[in-house]
Design a protein around this ligand. Structure first.
Ligand code: HEC
Length: 107
């Protein structure tokens, strides 16, 4: 019985750390997003702060945009610059996209 409990405890720890494996901030940088999105200042793209305000409490909406299924709400006139950037997110899992969205919303 004791052995079973230990095994359960270990597998719980493993699955929790697995769920936290996706590092949104790291992905954001490695996919080149940081080049146009500064945390607080508008550069080529709007600041992360501005994006976080627009998507406040709406992780799902942000993930949808990252999947190419949503419409731009921050600066629709310049959506043409942003949309092609979404190609670099192709192949990422839902979990990874959510991690990026949550990272952006923290600003
Ligand atoms: C070449 C510059 C550039 C790069 C690189 C870039 N973006 Fe953008 N991004 C923009 C511009 C310009 C806008 C404003 C247009 C818009 O709102 O869609 C924008 C807007 C956004 C928005 C707001 C969408 C909305 O609803 O209006 C999100 C979210 C976003 N970018 C995420 C990302 C992510 C994630 C990456 C990395 C894969 C990335 N961007 C890379 C230029 C860029």
């Amino acid at each position: 019985m004791k052995k079973v409990m230990v095994a359960l405890a270990v597998s719980a720890v493993v699955s929790v750390s697995g769920a936290m494996a996706a590092d949104g901030g790291q992905l954001f940088k490695s996919k080149g997003c940081a080049g146009c999105h500064n945390p607080t200042v508008d550069t080529v793209g709007p600041s992360l702060k501005k994006i976080a305000q627009a998507y406040k409490g709406n992780v799902e909406g942000l993930v949808k945009f990252l999947k190419g299924e949503g419409k731009a709400i921050v600066d629709p006139a310049r959506e043409g610059i942003m949309k092609p950037q979404l190609n670099s997110l192709k192949g990422l899992s839902d979990e990874e996209l959510k991690a990026i969205a949550e990272f952006m919303l923290k600003h």
